[in-house]
Design a protein around this ligand. Structure first.
Ligand code: GLY
Length: 397
């Protein structure tokens, strides 16, 4: 651990004990963060205009912007962030920025060699369609759903995440995030086969990917020629039996979303179990932003993952709308605490700093020392989504 990282850990420990004394109203925190996000993301867009075809990804150790090709799994997040910020600000400038970045991802509709086509196309084109009703976006979403469906195996009931030789049929918990593309394609086409694939994947994942306490493995290696799995393990977490924080966030978000999309009670019950696992975990820190793995070996001297915090906050805001009063209050309160923490100087960048990303302190892939204690484009996306969701639900003006 570097001195800078240690300083950050001390800073947030102090922050978590003193900062809740005099609180700003949450809606004020949210509007300030959205105003900041508009300015910060406009700055990032201006940089991206100078870098054709690429999409923002993170910042390297030297503080320089790192971009990615459109086929990198995170390519849809910056376009999606711009769409949410357009939804907030309604300015033509942001609409044009969102359109321009969305078009950079267009080719990915035909990607069939990995599962991330769901995230790449739904966060960009899905949000664009929701806000503009642009007909040309519909076909992109339908094509992408067809591409993702090619990876479905009806024998084991799941969508294959990666084509890699070391596993027979790898499925990672992250894959739950791709299913909204499929449910949307059924709505657009009336073809129920997309929805059926999404439900089969979610059902099978629920059966095989989780432990009795509702924590999830990162990766399940399925048989390709019969039901069931060969082995379960981690890829980005600390250990096979640990709970990688972003994995838990993907599961929570995925089952909350699948309940919204299908009305299947089992998904709601499962999302509640995951939320309760997170909320009551003894290693969830006071400021509620998880360590990068709930079982990382040196807690409390471990890095936080703001991206997991942002995904969990966004999912909890939505989950709070589906549950009884007591649970709603619990989830909304936890989401508020997370939003307050992420919006504080401990996690939110200064204007023009942090490569123009909104949040600091995420962890991409610890074991590879890649994107460790760094900004990540998806942390920003889910943070802005959480802000927008909260604002929409509780500020009915
Ligand atoms: N989907 C890859 C990750 O969460 O890092």
């Amino acid at each position: 651990m570097t001195t800078k990282q240690l300083f950050f850990i001390l800073l947030i420990s102090g922050f978590s004990t003193v900062s809740f004394a005099k609180q700003k109203p949450i809606l004020k925190v949210i509007s300030e963060s959205l105003e900041f996000s508009v300015l910060q993301s406009n700055g990032l867009f201006k940089k991206m205009v100078e870098i054709p075809e690429r999409l923002p990804r993170t910042v390297n150790k030297e503080g320089e912007l790192v971009t990615a090709k459109d086929n990198w799994w995170t390519s849809g997040f910056f376009p999606g962030t711009l769409w949410y910020l357009y939804e907030y600000s309604k300015t033509d400038e942001l609409k044009q920025a969102a359109q321009a970045m969305t078009h950079r991802v267009e080719k990915q509709q035909f990607t069939t060699d990995n599962h991330d086509v769901g995230l790449m196309i739904f966060c960009s084109y899905g949000n664009g369609l929701r806000l503009t009703k642009d007909k040309s976006y519909e076909q992109v979403i339908i094509n992408a759903a067809k591409s993702l469906s090619t990876r479905f195996n009806p024998t084991n009931g799941t969508i294959k995440s990666w084509d890699r030789k070391e596993w027979q049929f790898p499925v990672i918990i992250d894959n739950m995030m791709n299913l909204e593309l499929l449910t949307q394609a059924t709505k657009l086409t009336g073809d129920s086969s997309f929805n059926k694939i999404a439900v089969s994947h979610a059902d099978t994942t629920m059966k095989y990917h989780f432990r009795p306490d509702a924590s999830s493995y990162h990766l399940a290696n399925y048989f390709s020629n019969k039901a069931g799995y060969i082995e379960r393990m981690t890829h980005q977490g600390y250990a096979n039996e640990s709970s990688w924080a972003r994995g838990q966030s993907w599961g929570l978000y995925g089952y909350t979303m699948m309940y919204r999309e299908t009305g299947k009670k089992e998904y709601l019950e499962h999302a509640i179990k995951i939320a309760n696992f997170i909320a009551s975990h003894p290693n969830l820190p006071k400021d509620k932003i998880p360590y990068w793995d709930f079982n990382a070996p040196n807690i409390p001297n471990e890095l936080r993952d703001a991206s997991a915090g942002a995904v969990i906050a966004s999912a909890l805001v939505e989950l709070s709308t589906f549950t009884d009063k007591k649970l709603s209050k619990k989830y909304r309160t936890l989401a508020e605490q997370m939003i307050r923490s992420l919006a504080s100087p401990a996690y939110r960048a200064e204007l023009g700093q942090n490569g123009n990303f909104i949040l600091k302190h995420s962890v991409g892939f610890m074991a590879k020392n890649s994107e460790v204690d760094a900004p990540l484009t998806y942390a920003d996306y889910y943070f802005v989504e959480a802000l927008m969701r909260y604002r929409k639900l509780f500020n009915k003006k």
